[in-house]
Write a protein that binds this ligand. Structure first.
Ligand code: GLU
Length: 307
């Protein structure tokens, strides 16, 4: 992070469903972390997958955030409007010889890989990494390829502001990954790196389910000449049965919650569950901004203290 420049944080939801409390906890921590340092806060709608993220859901997401009292310093950015920018950077990576077309089908990918670990993507076999120009031209006649980023056989380490040191060897643990899908949609890894850098984001707070994307993103930042931001990955929010909250949990979305809870009650419940305040009581964003400190935020997964 650059010396005395103001901190710029952001929340970057994917509006493929109604925001749930896990998303809202992430927004809350990102907001409090930036605002408690007198920093700026931005909102980016990650609607790259347009068919899955219709405008109706982005609008709903913004309405939900406003209902809770969140504000941001610039007009929200929509990834669906930025494909030209992503295309330019893809060309830059192509010119550096760092990307290649991949014609593998889903079935081939699944046949070629060992069972993957937990929720991590399988490491790609590199079946298409060394195709000749002729082979590419031939295959392109019948199939449009995905584009993969070549990763180095190198360890990428970073210090997470909440989880501590994280290290990953990109070739061994991650493999060459898709930055543009075969249907032409740009991948999350490329878009997120470009958008954060061009918006001047200096601090990223997000769920620990994305922790293992971060070394890939740092590699992309270094390749494209961007300054890496500070990272804080946060524990996941669990329901009373110890299951991760998800968009399918309709009873914990804001339509249901706002029927019997005020915005301050919802914020207070989240802040208490995460360890920011010592009791479950209504709290405003201003108050939480004044008391926020990372040392109080839990490191283990967070059980929702639903009243
Ligand atoms: N759009 C991602 C999500 O909703 C978050 C991406 C990020 O924070 O980098 O899970």
């Amino acid at each position: 992070m650059s010396g005395s420049a103001p901190v710029t944080g952001r929340f970057a939801p994917t509006p493929s469903g109604r925001l749930h409390l896990g998303n809202l906890l992430c927004c809350l921590l990102a907001y409090l972390s930036a605002r408690s340092k007198g920093g700026r806060f931005l909102l980016r709608i990650e609607d790259l997958d347009v068919p899955r993220c219709p405008k109706r859901l982005s609008d709903q997401c913004i309405e939900d955030l406003r209902f809770l009292g969140f504000d941001w310093d610039e007009a929200p950015l929509y990834q669906s409007e930025r494909t030209e920018i992503y295309r330019r950077y893809l060309e830059e990576l192509r010119a550096l010889g760092l990307v290649y077309p991949c014609f593998c089908t889903r079935a081939q990918l699944h046949a070629a890989i060992a069972p993957n670990l937990g929720d991590r993507e399988p490491v790609y076999s590199r079946a298409c990494a060394a195709l000749t120009e002729e082979e590419i031209a031939l295959r392109q006649r019948t199939r449009s390829p995905a584009i993969r980023m070549r990763v180095p056989d190198e360890a990428f380490a970073f210090e997470d502001g909440h989880f501590g040191p994280v290290c990953e060897n990109l070739a061994r643990d991650c493999g060459d990954y898709i930055i543009r899908r075969s249907d032409g949609l740009f991948g999350y890894q490329l878009a997120v790196v470009i958008d954060d850098a061009l918006s001047g984001v200096s601090e990223i707070v997000r769920g620990r389910d994305i922790l293992f994307s971060t070394p890939r993103q740092i590699h992309l930042q270094k390749t494209l000449g961007f300054e890496p931001p500070a990272y804080y990955h946060i524990p996941l929010l669990m329901d009373s049965q110890g299951r991760r909250l998800a968009k399918r949990d309709k009873d914990l979305d804001l339509t249901a919650l706002s029927r019997h809870m005020t915005p301050e009650q919802i914020l207070g419940m989240l802040a208490f569950s995460a360890g920011i305040i010592p009791e479950n009581r209504p709290a405003s964003l201003d108050e939480l901004t004044r008391v926020f400190c990372w040392e109080n935020v839990k490191r283990e997964d967070i059980l929702l203290a639903y009243p």
